[in-house]
Design a binder for this molecule. Structure first.
Ligand code: SF4
Length: 169
Protein backbone atom coordinates (compact mmCIF):
# COMPACT_ATOMS: atom_id res chain seq x y z
CA UNK A 1 0.00 0.00 0.00
CA UNK A 2 1.24 3.45 -0.85
CA UNK A 3 1.61 5.30 2.41
CA UNK A 4 -0.16 8.45 1.41
CA UNK A 5 -3.75 9.52 1.79
CA UNK A 6 -5.77 12.17 -0.02
CA UNK A 7 -7.34 14.63 2.40
CA UNK A 8 -9.43 17.75 2.00
CA UNK A 9 -8.40 19.00 5.41
CA UNK A 10 -7.68 18.41 9.08
CA UNK A 11 -9.27 19.85 12.21
CA UNK A 12 -6.44 19.66 14.71
CA UNK A 13 -8.44 19.95 17.94
CA UNK A 14 -12.19 19.58 17.58
CA UNK A 15 -14.99 19.15 20.11
CA UNK A 16 -17.82 18.77 17.60
CA UNK A 17 -16.98 15.59 15.66
CA UNK A 18 -17.46 13.03 18.43
CA UNK A 19 -16.95 13.06 22.20
CA UNK A 20 -13.91 14.71 23.78
CA UNK A 21 -11.08 16.51 22.08
CA UNK A 22 -10.42 14.90 18.72
CA UNK A 23 -8.35 15.24 15.60
CA UNK A 24 -10.51 15.07 12.48
CA UNK A 25 -9.24 13.90 9.11
CA UNK A 26 -11.47 14.94 6.21
CA UNK A 27 -11.11 12.54 3.28
CA UNK A 28 -11.03 13.90 -0.26
CA UNK A 29 -13.34 12.07 -2.68
CA UNK A 30 -16.99 11.10 -2.39
CA UNK A 31 -19.42 9.38 -4.79
CA UNK A 32 -22.67 9.86 -2.89
CA UNK A 33 -23.73 13.27 -4.21
CA UNK A 34 -26.20 13.89 -1.40
CA UNK A 35 -28.46 16.79 -2.19
CA UNK A 36 -27.63 19.72 0.08
CA UNK A 37 -24.12 18.42 0.90
CA UNK A 38 -22.16 21.08 2.79
CA UNK A 39 -18.82 19.81 1.48
CA UNK A 40 -19.16 19.57 -2.30
CA UNK A 41 -15.53 20.60 -2.77
CA UNK A 42 -14.55 17.28 -1.17
CA UNK A 43 -16.17 15.13 -3.91
CA UNK A 44 -13.46 15.30 -6.58
CA UNK A 45 -11.05 12.36 -6.22
CA UNK A 46 -8.20 14.43 -7.66
CA UNK A 47 -8.72 17.41 -5.35
CA UNK A 48 -7.36 18.06 -1.90
CA UNK A 49 -3.82 17.10 -0.96
CA UNK A 50 -1.76 13.93 -0.67
CA UNK A 51 -0.43 13.53 2.86
CA UNK A 52 2.02 11.06 4.38
CA UNK A 53 0.20 8.61 6.65
CA UNK A 54 3.05 8.11 9.11
CA UNK A 55 3.49 11.86 9.57
CA UNK A 56 -0.22 12.32 10.26
CA UNK A 57 -0.11 9.51 12.81
CA UNK A 58 2.99 10.79 14.59
CA UNK A 59 1.74 14.34 14.79
CA UNK A 60 -1.55 13.14 16.28
CA UNK A 61 0.11 10.88 18.85
CA UNK A 62 2.42 13.75 19.84
CA UNK A 63 -0.58 15.76 21.08
CA UNK A 64 -1.40 14.61 24.62
CA UNK A 65 -4.75 16.38 24.90
CA UNK A 66 -6.44 14.34 22.16
CA UNK A 67 -8.70 11.49 23.31
CA UNK A 68 -9.76 10.35 19.88
CA UNK A 69 -9.76 10.78 16.13
CA UNK A 70 -12.59 11.05 13.62
CA UNK A 71 -12.53 10.18 9.92
CA UNK A 72 -14.91 12.42 8.01
CA UNK A 73 -15.29 13.52 4.43
CA UNK A 74 -15.71 13.27 1.61
CA UNK A 75 -16.12 9.57 2.32
CA UNK A 76 -13.29 7.87 4.22
CA UNK A 77 -14.51 4.50 2.94
CA UNK A 78 -13.23 5.30 -0.55
CA UNK A 79 -9.71 5.10 0.94
CA UNK A 80 -10.52 2.48 3.54
CA UNK A 81 -7.12 0.74 3.46
CA UNK A 82 -5.42 4.05 4.34
CA UNK A 83 -7.86 4.88 7.11
CA UNK A 84 -7.63 1.31 8.45
CA UNK A 85 -3.84 1.76 8.69
CA UNK A 86 -4.35 4.95 10.71
CA UNK A 87 -7.09 3.39 12.86
CA UNK A 88 -4.77 0.56 13.88
CA UNK A 89 -1.97 2.94 14.87
CA UNK A 90 -4.38 5.06 16.92
CA UNK A 91 -6.11 2.11 18.60
CA UNK A 92 -2.71 0.67 19.56
CA UNK A 93 -2.12 3.88 21.53
CA UNK A 94 -5.53 3.87 23.19
CA UNK A 95 -7.29 6.55 21.14
CA UNK A 96 -11.00 6.24 20.38
CA UNK A 97 -11.74 6.09 16.63
CA UNK A 98 -14.92 7.23 14.85
CA UNK A 99 -15.64 7.13 11.14
CA UNK A 100 -18.33 8.80 9.12
CA UNK A 101 -19.54 7.34 5.83
CA UNK A 102 -22.31 7.80 3.30
CA UNK A 103 -22.68 4.00 3.11
CA UNK A 104 -24.93 2.21 5.58
CA UNK A 105 -23.58 -0.22 8.15
CA UNK A 106 -25.55 -3.03 6.51
CA UNK A 107 -24.06 -2.24 3.10
CA UNK A 108 -20.56 -2.24 4.55
CA UNK A 109 -21.08 -5.60 6.28
CA UNK A 110 -22.51 -7.10 3.10
CA UNK A 111 -19.66 -5.86 0.92
CA UNK A 112 -16.73 -5.79 3.34
CA UNK A 113 -14.81 -8.50 1.51
CA UNK A 114 -15.23 -6.85 -1.91
CA UNK A 115 -13.68 -3.44 -1.32
CA UNK A 116 -10.09 -2.87 -0.37
CA UNK A 117 -9.65 -2.17 3.32
CA UNK A 118 -13.32 -2.37 4.30
CA UNK A 119 -12.91 -5.44 6.48
CA UNK A 120 -9.91 -3.93 8.26
CA UNK A 121 -11.62 -0.59 8.71
CA UNK A 122 -14.88 -1.94 10.15
CA UNK A 123 -12.84 -4.06 12.55
CA UNK A 124 -10.53 -1.17 13.42
CA UNK A 125 -12.98 1.53 14.52
CA UNK A 126 -15.12 2.04 17.61
CA UNK A 127 -17.99 4.01 16.13
CA UNK A 128 -19.50 4.38 12.66
CA UNK A 129 -21.80 7.28 11.81
CA UNK A 130 -23.53 5.95 8.73
CA UNK A 131 -25.77 6.91 5.85
CA UNK A 132 -26.10 9.66 3.29
CA UNK A 133 -27.10 13.15 4.29
CA UNK A 134 -30.83 13.57 3.57
CA UNK A 135 -31.77 17.22 3.40
CA UNK A 136 -35.46 16.60 4.15
CA UNK A 137 -34.47 14.70 7.30
CA UNK A 138 -32.48 17.58 8.74
CA UNK A 139 -33.53 18.75 12.19
CA UNK A 140 -32.41 21.41 14.63
CA UNK A 141 -30.23 20.33 17.50
CA UNK A 142 -28.92 17.04 16.09
CA UNK A 143 -25.69 16.04 17.79
CA UNK A 144 -22.93 14.52 15.64
CA UNK A 145 -25.30 13.75 12.74
CA UNK A 146 -26.66 15.86 9.87
CA UNK A 147 -30.02 14.15 9.28
CA UNK A 148 -32.13 11.79 11.38
CA UNK A 149 -31.60 8.77 9.11
CA UNK A 150 -27.94 8.72 10.17
CA UNK A 151 -27.02 6.49 13.10
CA UNK A 152 -24.21 6.56 15.65
CA UNK A 153 -23.29 2.88 15.79
CA UNK A 154 -21.28 1.02 18.41
CA UNK A 155 -19.30 -1.08 15.94
CA UNK A 156 -17.71 -3.53 18.38
CA UNK A 157 -21.08 -4.42 19.94
CA UNK A 158 -22.78 -4.56 16.55
CA UNK A 159 -20.17 -6.97 15.21
CA UNK A 160 -20.35 -9.08 18.35
CA UNK A 161 -24.15 -9.34 18.38
CA UNK A 162 -24.56 -9.34 14.60
CA UNK A 163 -27.12 -6.53 14.73
CA UNK A 164 -26.99 -2.74 14.66
CA UNK A 165 -26.44 -1.31 18.14
CA UNK A 166 -26.82 2.46 18.20
CA UNK A 167 -25.53 4.83 20.86
CA UNK A 168 -27.32 7.65 22.65
CA UNK A 169 -24.87 10.45 23.34
S1 SF4 B 1 -21.56 11.51 1.88
FE1 SF4 B 1 -21.05 13.45 2.91
S2 SF4 B 1 -19.49 14.42 1.60
FE2 SF4 B 1 -20.46 12.81 0.39
S3 SF4 B 1 -22.08 13.88 -0.75
FE3 SF4 B 1 -23.01 13.02 1.12
S4 SF4 B 1 -22.92 14.69 2.64
FE4 SF4 B 1 -21.49 15.19 0.97
Amino acid sequence: MEKTIRLSGIAYESLVNGPGMRRVFFAQGCKHNCEGCFNSDTHDFTGGEERMLDELIKDTLDNPILSGVTFSGGDPWEQADKFAYMAKAFKDKGLNVWSYTGYTYEYIIEHKDEYEGWNDLINGIDVLVDGRFEEEKQQDGLKFIGSINQRIIDVKESLRLNEVITMNL
